[in-house]
Design a protein around this ligand. Sequence first.
Ligand SMILES: [Zn+2]
Length: 110
Amino acid sequence: MYYVEKTIEISAAHNLMLSYESKCEALHGHNWEIKVYCKARTLNQDGMVTDFTQINRIVKDAFDHKYINEVMDINPSAENMARWICDRVDNCYKVSVQESKGNIAVYERD
Ligand SMILES: [Zn+2]
């Protein structure tokens, strides 16, 4: 199995829609650190699992300097962002989204 891992930093804003009172319901921003993990049994014709540039473009185009609530049609939690990214990157099996230092959500495909 071949693996690639790409780390991407973005700045973006969101506000969460929650079933309980929280300061996170107010509009606020983070400097997110996102790690995208891909794997493949065989390499593509270019000798790659997934091009790092393609991973970077998908994540940056979607989220960098954006209001994430306008990007996703579900609550823009770190968990939902991780799933959203994993669904769009070729050969992706896991994404971790660090919202702030020590606060990390991970989505891993079964
Ligand atoms: Zn937040």
